[in-house]
Design a protein around this ligand. Structure first.
Ligand code: SF4
Length: 83
């Protein structure tokens, strides 16, 4: 069992993901997001495609998104998908 800072706070390590195809879209499942924290995925997006208003579920700007999948891996609630 991992004992990293991440796992102490969020319970699971970020998962690896296969590269997404060019038509993939980032989707945020509001039913999985508790909307009570600064979204860690917003901070890791390399092109600032994700945004968040206060603690709301983040939204993705697909004109900026390069489909790297980082946001999917860093959401501890599994609320973000790229497909
Ligand atoms: S897939 Fe990558 S570029 Fe697109 S929103 Fe997620 S982190 Fe940002």
């Amino acid at each position: 069992m991992s004992n990293s800072i991440w796992s102490q706070f969020f319970g699971a390590e970020p998962q690896q993901q296969q590269p997404a195809d060019k038509d993939a879209i980032v989707r945020v499942n509001k039913n999985r997001c508790p909307e009570n924290h600064p979204c860690p995925s917003v901070r890791v997006c390399p092109v600032e495609a994700l945004s968040q208003v206060r603690f709301s579920a983040p939204t993705a700007d697909m004109d900026k998104c390069i489909k790297c999948g980082k946001c999917v891996r860093y959401c501890p609630m599994g609320a973000i998908t790229l497909s």
